[in-house]
Design a protein. Structure first.
Length: 146
């Protein structure tokens, strides 16, 4: 029986998941900003730049998501595993916002509404990224009788 590739899934989630999360963030920020075809190259450059920053800043929650998913032995060809991937990505990405806010400026008592808003937004991005990355990197389940 083949062993589940924990290291491979965690490593690829760190790289690809962070990149996809950065791209999703850029698209959500810049989508209404295009004023014509002349700005499309700037848009593409910004999206790729955000993707690279996503590897840097989003690599931690993406890697933790990949590790958690690999510990649950989730597979890409089992449809009921996708909601689990999304839930893991949402929770870990949302939780990651709190230390980021604390490190940047500290969290004052009147800023928790903002923190919860960012937790929801980054949680959704993490959930979508976990599903897309899972479709790319997770192994297929092979039902073999030995």
């Amino acid at each position: 029986m083949n062993k589940y590739p924990i290291f491979k899934v965690t490593f690829l989630y760190t790289l690809i998941g962070g990149f996809i999360g950065g791209i999703l963030l850029a698209i959500s920020i810049f989508m209404g900003e295009l004023d014509g075809i002349s700005e499309i190259f700037e848009f593409i450059g910004s999206v790729i730049g955000f993707g690279l920053l996503g590897i840097l800043f989003g690599g931690i929650p993406a890697g933790l998501t990949g590790y958690a998913i690999s510990r649950f032995n989730l597979y890409k060809n089992i449809k009921k595993h996708y909601p689990i991937m999304a839930l893991i990505g949402f929770i870990l990405s949302a939780i990651y916002v709190v230390p980021l806010f604390a490190l940047i400026d500290g969290i004052k008592s009147d800023e928790w509404n903002t923190v919860f808003t960012f937790m929801g937004a980054f949680g959704i991005i993490g959930a979508i990224s976990a599903i897309i990355t899972g479709f790319i990197v997770l192994p297929k389940y092979l039902n073999r009788v030995e």
